[in-house]
Design a protein around this ligand. Structure first.
Ligand SMILES: C[S@@+](CC[C@H](N)C(=O)[O-])C[C@H]1O[C@@H](n2cnc3c(N)ncnc32)[C@H](O)[C@@H]1O
Length: 304
């Protein structure tokens, strides 16, 4: 069996993460039709020039299209691609390279399933004459099919204390479906919430920016890929982060008991990911939801 370039495998309680140093367009050729979820944060346009290649915003959509074939072919027919990204201000104006990228991908056959927002609970301080502090980023959910694998129950959250006091005071309007007075078609039936312990979250994910230095300039919080892994990857599925960086997606996959491959074309970041997975492989309590243990899965590396 021939393996793509340098790789390391970290194992924990039945799940495993492989870290592969290489260009994802090459490495992914070995995973055709095998991947349930690609979840990633690519280099942002014109950013981190000191650390890795940066692409001019005007060229970004075309550059990203160079990954389309590898990503599309690697995914199973009901698989998903989640891209965390943010546009930037060029010459005082928001550049729309991110929108162009999504439109270009849809022209190639991807379906735009939904746009999630990562709401940063601790945005960077600063002052700008025409805009406020930047407190959010996009997470685009794309898929090869209009009906990708989707397990909403995997991301249910506790319903919250406010419900108990609200349900104690149910009024007349709460005991049956209450339609909007302006005929908008919206309505609610609060009584349906009686006895419920959990609720589905919205498509706004509130998480703090990563404060501590992880040996990489652009680390996203482990809980961000974790959310999408639980939502979009079956328990016996395979997750790949094609721009793996310091290994945040690997940490999330370990805590969720999924098989995972991280790919990065920078050898130092791969080493950093290996270090981090070894040191932090046991995720912090607040990041880990109780998960069913899954059997060790074969096939982390492709047959060739
Ligand atoms: C925004 S960072 C990802 C950071 C990651 N989410 C984390 O939490 O550490 C993007 C990464 O993509 C890598 N990269 C850029 N082009 C690549 C390519 N063609 N193949 C694989 N990795 C690439 C860069 O080295 C960089 O580490």
């Amino acid at each position: 069996m021939s393996l793509p370039t340098a790789k390391t495998i970290i194992r924990k309680a039945g799940s495993a993460v492989a870290i592969i140093n290489g260009d994802n367009r090459e490495v992914l050729k070995k995973y055709v039709n095998q991947v349930d979820l690609l979840v990633t944060s690519p280099p942002y346009a014109d950013a981190r020039k000191k650390h890795y290649d940066s692409v001019h915003p005007d060229d970004f959509a075309d550059w990203f299209l160079s990954f389309h074939e590898a990503f599309y072919n690697a995914l199973k027919p009901n698989g998903s691609l989640v891209i965390n990204i943010k546009d930037k201000v060029v010459d005082g104006v928001r550049h729309r390279f991110v929108w162009r990228m999504i439109e270009a991908l849809c022209d190639q056959g991807w379906y735009s399933i939904d746009d999630y927002i990562w709401h940063k609970t601790n945005p960077m301080p600063g002052y700008w004459p025409t805009r406020l502090r930047d407190g959010w980023e996009y997470c685009f959910h794309l898929s090869k099919s209009k009906k990708p694998y989707f397990n909403a129950d995997g991301v249910r959250k506790p319903i919250g204390d406010w419900v108990e006091s609200r349900l104690r005071k149910l009024g007349e309007n709460d005991l049956s479906r209450h339609n909007s007075v302006n005929q908008s078609g919206f309505g609610r039936d609060i009584s349906k919430w009686v006895g419920k312990q959990t609720v589905l979250p919205s498509n706004v994910i509130s998480l703090a920016l990563v404060g501590k230095n992880q040996g990489h300039p652009a680390v996203f919080p482990v809980d961000l890929p974790l959310f999408f892994i639980k939502l979009l990857c079956p328990e016996d599925g395979l997750v790949i982060d094609p721009f793996g960086g310091s290994g945040s997606t690997g940490l999330a996959a370990l805590s969720a008991g999924r098989r995972c491959v991280l790919i990065d074309n920078n050898a130092e970041y791969c080493q950093q990911a290996v270090r981090r997975l070894r040191e932090e492989g046991v995720a912090e309590d607040h990041e880990v939801q109780p998960q069913k243990q899954v059997k060790p899965q074969p096939g982390l590396f492709p047959k060739s």
